[in-house]
Design a protein around this ligand. Structure first.
Ligand SMILES: Cc1ncc(COP(=O)(O)O)c(C=O)c1O
Length: 437
């Protein structure tokens, strides 16, 4: 059965981010629960990366599953232009309560990339609606990843994942990103150099810049690259004081990843727009939001349609997704989850000891529930050959750990146990010794 199933998959399915000619067969997953994935042939795999960083409360969480089931029997979907429904309104209200400042206007879409696309479009049109037509440029950080739609790819061009389409994309202003790690003696000089470059850029182009989009505190796909909160705070203040909008892409960092509900809370700033997805529904359903300040929203009001935000999706604010997200917010706020953030951070710190002792690894870093380090290799980066070997090595040991090239990281569901975290760090140390000596 499994073999036949794989043949059918090979015949008909096109997988994302995959070179089908050389990739190993995909694994058939039959069911999942908590941190465990169960394969069709009876293996149990520990999911150390919350799948694609989404299942923050573990797989098949019963509270979220029940919320979706109840909603499915009541209202599964309705057009969201000219109509509304209770799950969407409640979700918007709960999100705004959680977010800082006057981030009070929730626009729904379906995934992280579209949340980013929406934010960039809102920022751009806001400038047109308020007579700031000269503001046409976007700033980003080097190494950023914001998703796979055209605006998001443009903002993430320096990740080099989108070279095939580079002529199709619009240009963005790329700023240096002073990523750091434990005992980094150069952190202050790197930050000073980045701030100086930003100052120079703002001096020259400040009046032409519409917005800066950034992943606050941790660049995910770029290699779990971390910066200090004070650095982001300084950047945000510089931008906002010049009337430049700040977009926080919290698609990965949101819902507790950095140890606070949202990274903006940890930094102590209010962006003008925030993008949230992944953990929003606890990984159950594709849903995302772009939340804007009242000030931004008001610039879209007027007597004529041309000022309105002319954007929407067939499944905007899908009621099942909203019901899942409401359950997910309750889980996020529970004392147990809040405790887990600290518990996991401490477990990462303990486990990192195995790695700190190795000569094959460097740039040890932990932020909330994320722990990462770089394997020292000749061919670093996303396409490092070590990445593929490591993936297989962990898989053979029933662990879903999926390095980003030579960057090894854990980003587990919050229900993971300390013992499971310890096992993963031990395994990563052993993998370094066996594969990277
Ligand atoms: C920071 C960030 N933004 C945007 C995205 C795109 O989200 P999606 O894959 O849901 O389109 C991702 C995906 O990993 C991400 O990490």
């Amino acid at each position: 059965m499994t073999d036949n199933f794989l043949e059918l998959d090979k015949r008909h399915v096109w997988h994302p981010f995959t070179q089908a000619q050389t990739a190993p067969d995909p694994v058939v997953i039959d069911s999942a629960e908590g941190v465990l994935l169960r394969t069709k042939d009876g293996r149990e795999i520990v999911d150390y990366i919350s799948s694609w960083w989404v299942n923050v409360f573990g797989h098949a969480n019963p509270k979220i599953a029940n919320a979706i089931s109840e909603q499915a029997h009541k209202l599964e979907q309705v057009i969201f232009a000219g109509f509304t429904h209770e799950p969407a309104v409640k979700l918007a209200q709960e999100l705004c309560k959680l977010l800082p400042g006057d981030l009070n206007r929730v626009f729904f879409s379906d995934n992280g990339s579209t949340a980013v696309e929406v934010a960039m479009k809102i920022a751009y049109q806001h400038c047109r609606n308020t007579g700031q037509e000269q503001r046409t440029r976007f700033m980003t950080f080097d190494g950023a990843y914001h998703g796979d739609t055209v605006g998001a790819m443009s903002a993430g061009i320096s990740s080099h994942m989108f070279d095939a389409w580079k002529d199709l994309l619009f240009s963005v202003d790329i700023m240096p990103y002073p990523h750091t790690w434990e005992n980094d003696d150069a952190v202050e000089s790197k930050e000073a150099a980045a701030l100086e470059a930003i100052d120079l850029h703002l001096e020259k182009y400040g009046k032409e810049i519409c917005a800066m989009i950034l992943e606050p505190l941790v660049q995910g796909a770029g290699g779990m690259r971390m910066v200090r909160p004070e650095f982001i705070k300084t950047v945000v203040e510089k931008l906002q004081s010049r009337g430049i909008l700040v977009i926080f892409d919290e698609v990965m960092t949101g819902f507790g990843r950095t140890g606070a509900n949202f990274a903006c809370e940890k930094i102590g700033v209010t962006p003008d727009l925030i993008c949230i997805s992944k953990g929003l529904t606890g990984g159950f359903l594709p849903l995302s939001v772009t939340v804007a300040t009242d000030h931004l929203y008001e610039s879209f009001l007027g007597e004529t349609f041309d000022k309105a935000f002319c954007h929407g999706h067939s499944f905007t604010a899908n009621p099942l997704g909203c019901a899942a997200a409401l359950a997910s917010i309750e889980l996020l706020q529970s004392p147990e989850t809040q405790h887990n953030f600290k518990r996991i951070e401490a477990a990462h710190d303990k486990g990192m000891e195995y790695i700190r002792a190795l000569s094959q690894a460097r740039h040890h870093r932990i932020m909330g529930t994320i722990g990462a380090f770089d394997a020292i290799v000749d061919d670093g980066g996303y396409t490092s050959s070590l990445g593929g070997e490591l993936k297989k090595w962990f898989w053979d040991r029933n662990m879903l750990i999926r390095p980003l090239g030579n960057v090894l990281y854990l980003l587990p569901p919050y229900v993971i146990s300390d013992e499971q975290i310890d096992e993963a760090w031990k395994a990563m140390a052993l993998a370094m010794e066996e594969l990277n000596s």
